[in-house]
Design a protein around this ligand. Structure first.
Ligand SMILES: Cc1cc2nc3c(=O)[nH]c(=O)nc-3n(C[C@H](O)[C@H](O)[C@H](O)COP(=O)(O)OP(=O)(O)OC[C@H]3O[C@@H](n4cnc5c(N)ncnc54)[C@H](O)[C@@H]3O)c2cc1C
Length: 522
């Protein structure tokens, strides 16, 4: 993973003439942004870790698995939001963890947490480094230094129970590594967020991630059957049975805990046999309101697509311009919807037929399978475009929320108005990609001309959008999690009493307050 951009440098893309034309016409963006520094030119503030602390960490995990070198600190200086990338590309001095520690197992994690509590060192668990909410900001929280606890060595398939359809996966496995291990045995997890290639099993659990196949296989938290968590005061092994009436479900405390309550070391997950058959169909809907009604009809009838998503008119138009860029869909008018079906031959045929019937009944027009296949082919490539846009002088960022079907139109209008109010002239694109019988998520992409001070420019837009989301009754995050960036709205989300409950749990599990300070809990 590049330290100042997304993904694999070999896959970076130049902007096409179509996109450049769109940027010039819509936003007046014609130039290039000032290039950022090379990695060895970045001014990292010096590490504050003492030689004695570094030695204690090396005693816990081995000398080869501890570093205070800038080359190791820089890639863990934060996540991959646009503000993260802007900060990385800055020539001003910037913060980074004071040391990086790579434990090899639970005992080593417990030892690291114990010595960090004793020596007052903050700890930021680090999975794939793809947080887009400031979840990896190297906050010291009043402690002497901050350690990045990189979990990549927890990378094994620990168990596969084929009878129950459950696998236990190490927290540090990336999406592709986990799927490859399962595929060797004929199984699949089916969790495909756009960050799939880099994000980890532990990160998915810690952020309540949702993948593009959520209509078929559910959100990540819905797949979780059990969790092992190392906290500063002991180890928890949660989830004894497929369902239980033994009080509140403590797994829920750690799903979405974002490294503030403990370190997730392994996750027991529902898996399914690799699908034998697959079908694709794309659709054109005359407008977003009709498209939204179509998705609702499909979901409420339970016709069973694995993927169902709807782009609004603006996103459909931009998809068109991006066709060559990321392998997106070809010319479509109105709003593009994509459906994909997986399962046995019979299941796929039935699900496809029922979904077709439901969509045709509410005014959808079939575009055949090609645009849906094209969407799948390019689905992990869009983030590269953000880097090219930034390089061309355009600010590009995303945000997401969710609400009930009945409030979805008002929520979309409120967020769009807030974003265009804060960023006059901005292009605001929206899609629905996660649906439930009672509601759906809205995912916004914003593109604007980069201002003089883009961090302040985006902070104002984010504040306006967050306030609009709360006022319109949406959740401050459907799947990106809270981190530092959504923390100001947590009291609106769960109320004062809810915040007190989280604080009380934190005080019990992390009495020294070393775990991921400044995130999630106000
Ligand atoms: C381009 C792009 C596309 C994205 N698309 C999606 C998407 O489609 N769906 C989606 O849900 N999200 C998406 N995200 C957000 C992000 O990928 C998810 O939040 C992901 O789950 C984070 O996983 P990670 O392993 O990278 O965790 P990290 O970013 O390393 O960490 C995220 C948070 O979890 C904590 N954490 C990580 N591992 C552990 C652990 N083992 N124990 C305890 N705490 C831990 C960290 O301290 C941090 O607070 C996207 C991000 C990017 C940059």
């Amino acid at each position: 993973m590049k330290w100042d951009a997304w993904g694999d440098p070999a896959l970076a893309k130049e902007l096409s003439a179509d996109i450049k034309g769109l940027l010039a016409a819509a936003l007046g963006v014609t130039g290039d942004a000032t290039p950022g520094p090379a990695a060895d030119e970045v001014l990292l503030r010096p590490s504050r870790i003492t030689p004695d602390d570094l030695k204690a960490l090396a005693d816990a995990v081995g000398e080869d698995h501890v570093s205070a070198a800038d080359a190791d600190r820089l890639p863990r200086a934060g996540g991959k939001s646009t503000p993260d990338l802007l900060r990385r590309r800055s020539r001003e001095p910037q913060d980074a963890p004071d040391a990086v520690v790579l434990p090899g197992g639970e005992d080593e994690i417990a030892a690291v947490l114990a010595l960090c509590a004793e020596r007052r060192l903050a700890v930021v668990p680090f999975g794939g480094g793809t947080s887009v909410v400031g979840g990896l900001d190297p906050e010291r929280g009043g402690h002497g230094a901050v350690v990045s606890l990189d979990l990549r060595r927890l990378d094994r398939l620990l168990d596969l129970d084929e009878t129950s359809g459950e696998a236990v996966l190490g927290a540090g496995l990336t999406g592709p590594a986990a799927e490859a291990l399962l595929a060797e045995r004929g199984y699949e997890l089916g969790h495909y967020p756009q960050s799939f290639r880099y994000a980890t099993i532990g990160g998915f659990a810690a952020t309540r991630s949702s993948g593009q196949d959520s209509a078929g296989y559910g959100r990540f938290d819905e797949m979780v059957r059990g969790l092992r968590v190392v906290t500063p005061v002991g180890v928890l092994d949660l989830g004894r049975a497929p369902a239980s009436a033994a009080g509140p479900d403590l797994r829920e405390l750690f799903l979405g805990s974002e490294g503030t309550l403990g370190v997730i070391t392994a996750v027991r997950l529902r898996v399914h046999p690799l699908p034998a058959a697959k079908a694709y169909e794309a659709w054109s809907l005359p407008d977003f309101a009709t498209g939204t009604a179509a998705l609702r009809a499909v979901e409420q009838q339970g016709t069973g697509p694995t993927v169902i998503r709807l782009s609004d008119e603006a996103e459909t138009m931009v998809n068109l311009a991006m066709t060559e860029q990321i392998g997106g869909a070809p010319a479509v008018t109105g709003c593009l919807a994509v459906t994909v079906f997986e399962g046995t031959e019979d299941q796929v045929a039935t699900r496809h037929r029922l979904t077709r019937d439901a969509l045709l009944a509410v005014g959808a027009t079939s575009l055949g399978e090609q645009p849906a296949r094209a969407w799948e082919h390019g689905r992990f490539n869009a983030p590269y475009l953000r880097d090219s846009l930034l390089g061309a002088g355009a600010l590009c960022e995303t945000l997401e929320t969710a609400t009930d079907w009945s409030r979805l139109p008002q929520l979309r209008a409120a967020v769009t108005e807030a974003l265009t109010g804060a960023l006059p002239g901005a292009l605001v694109l929206c899609h629905i990609s996660h649906v439930y019988p009672t509601g759906a998520s809205l995912y916004f992409t914003v593109v604007a001309a980069l201002g003089e001070d883009p961090l302040t420019q985006w902070a104002a837009a984010k504040r306006a959008a967050g306030d609009a989301i709360v006022a319109a009754g949406g959740t401050i995050t459907h799947h990106h999690a809270v981190g530092a960036d959504h923390r100001p709205w947590m009291t609106d989300e769960i109320g004062d009493l809810g915040v007190r409950i989280l604080r009380a749990v934190k005080a019990e599990l992390d009495p020294a307050g070393i775990l991921n300070p400044g995130k999630l809990i106000p």
